[in-house]
Design a protein around this ligand. Structure first.
Ligand SMILES: Nc1ncnc2c1ncn2[C@@H]1O[C@H](COP(=O)(O)OP(=O)(O)OP(=O)(O)O)[C@@H](O)[C@H]1O
Length: 444
């Protein structure tokens, strides 16, 4: 079993691309197959090495690895050789019509009530006419002559699917400058590399019909291929995603503090009836079943992703996050604050609250209470019981309870309205800091 993810390095990966990459990887790893990263970089104008680099980095961040990395720009000789084979078999034919001529023909067909298909006029050219056109300085581009049939396959996601090839224009496989197009390069690679399963977005369904025909024209056994087309993921407003438009990119999510296990857990459950649970790809692979992905378009839901992100942080052991914590952070601090974080970047302020210096707000009207609290602060050493002992004594002494008792203390000690359990936090803050803050917040 061999799978591949084949992005074009024309922008930053978005969540839709990530879903396709993850699905291929999960299927490969679940069945002990191999996974190829193939950079579809034959569009020289739009492909950029820095995007290729960013794609690899983002995939690694997601927790995906690959057994082989291929750049199509390194394989141009293979495509040229395959094109020659198709020409010899009469399946690739030269065309000379300009864009304007084609547009004019399409328009005429439309007016005649016919579908705007390419009329295969170029197929009628004699070798002499072709020779003359070339001698006159025209460079041909090359179309693939599709078979007159309907091709079908059993799609892992969409079920029985078919494409009527007679309803499609013969696709251009090679441009006039000799550069091969995606439809073509993709098939040559899948054939030569022995790819067995192709999991990609639903935007490729028509391509699949064409490519099955092409696969066979190149001598491949199309029955060896299994396809799965994932419904396209849209943005929160239901709009299409595109690398070129910079839609919800992995880079941005990462910068905003989304954890990879939240994103992969979210994407793996998307479109299935399963509740999403956080998980890195390696942990998700054993239970992932592409047959459970529904046919319906899926919408990216940031709130659901954030909820998973919280779960990842709340459950993260110290060792898993220690390199990303502020210098000097220890396990006791992490265990005290992790349950309060939505995003990792919120950890820093809690480090300053526990280990650094903060200036809490002055609480008008609470001066006497905070002074009483200061006076009642027990001597160190402090432990998990200190908070309840201290607030119990304060309750007795002042008659306060509930919010009136706890809120001014929290605000004085942390400068925040809400936060982690103070029973855990207080011994970490320590008596010296606590005393300074109570005094400052009392306004004296
Ligand atoms: N919105 C989407 N939802 C799910 N899969 C998608 C989506 N968009 C693209 N893909 C899949 O991602 C893979 C990489 O495709 P590709 O590099 O063409 O991405 P793209 O976002 O469509 O690119 P571009 O915007 O540059 O045309 C393909 O398998 C494609 O089907």
């Amino acid at each position: 079993m061999k799978l591949r993810f084949a992005p074009s390095p024309t922008g930053l990966l978005h969540v839709g691309n990530a879903r396709a990459a993850l699905a291929n990887w999960l299927l490969a790893r679940r069945h002990g197959g191999s996974f190829i990263l193939r950079l579809d970089d034959t569009d020289l104008e739009r492909s950029r090495p820095e995007f290729a680099e960013a794609i690899e980095e983002d995939l690694h961040w997601l927790g995906l690895d690959w057994d082989e990395r291929v750049a199509q720009s390194d394989r141009l000789d293979r495509y040229a050789a395959a094109a020659e084979r198709l020409k010899a078999a009469g399946r690739l034919y030269p065309c000379f019509e300009t864009e304007e001529e084609l547009a004019y023909k399409r328009e005429r067909r439309r007016r005649e009530g016919k579908p705007p298909l390419y009329d295969r006029e170029a197929l009628k050219m004699t070798p002499e006419q072709i020779g003359r056109a070339i001698a006159n300085g025209k460079q041909p581009y090359w179309r693939f002559r599709l078979s007159a049939r309907t091709v079908g396959w059993k799609d892992l996601v969409l079920g029985d699917r078919s494409v009527k090839l007679t309803a499609i224009s013969d696709p251009v496989l090679v441009r006039a400058d000799g550069s091969p197009l995606y439809t073509f390069t993709s098939v040559v690679d899948d054939l030569e590399m022995g790819v067995t399963h192709i999991i990609r977005g639903e935007d490729h369904v028509t391509n699949t019909g064409i490519q099955l025909d092409l696969f066979e024209a190149l001598g491949g056994d199309a029955s060896r291929l299994t396809f799965g087309h994932l419904p396209l993921l849209t943005d929160e407003e239901g709009g299409a995603l595109s690398k070129r438009l910079g839609s919800v990119s992995l880079r941005h999510l990462r910068k905003d503090g989304i954890e990879p296990a939240a994103l992969t857990g979210y994407l793996a459950a998307l479109g299935t009836s399963a509740d999403p649970v956080p998980g890195l790809p390696k942990d998700l692979a054993p239970g992932w079943d592409i047959g459970r992905v529904s046919h319906a378009t899926a919408r990216f839901d940031m709130r659901q992703l954030l909820a998973l992100n919280r779960r990842v942080l709340h459950e993260a052991p110290f060792d898993a996050v220690r390199d990303r914590l502020p210098e000097g952070a220890d396990e006791a601090w992490w265990l005290a604050v992790r349950g309060n974080l939505d995003l990792m970047r919120e950890a820093r302020p809690w480090f300053d609250i526990v280990r650094g210096t903060i200036v809490p707000p002055v609480q008008e009207g609470e001066g006497a209470f905070l002074h009483a609290a200061l006076a009642a602060l027990p001597p160190e050493p402090w432990d998990a019981a200190t908070w309840s002992a201290w607030t119990g004594a304060l309750k007795q002494a002042t008659g306060r309870k509930g919010k009136a008792l706890f809120h001014p203390l929290r605000l004085a000690l942390t400068g925040e309205e809400q936060g982690p359990d103070l029973g855990t936090l207080l011994p970490l803050i320590g008596r010296e800091r606590a005393a300074v803050r109570l005094r400052l917040s009392a306004g004296a």
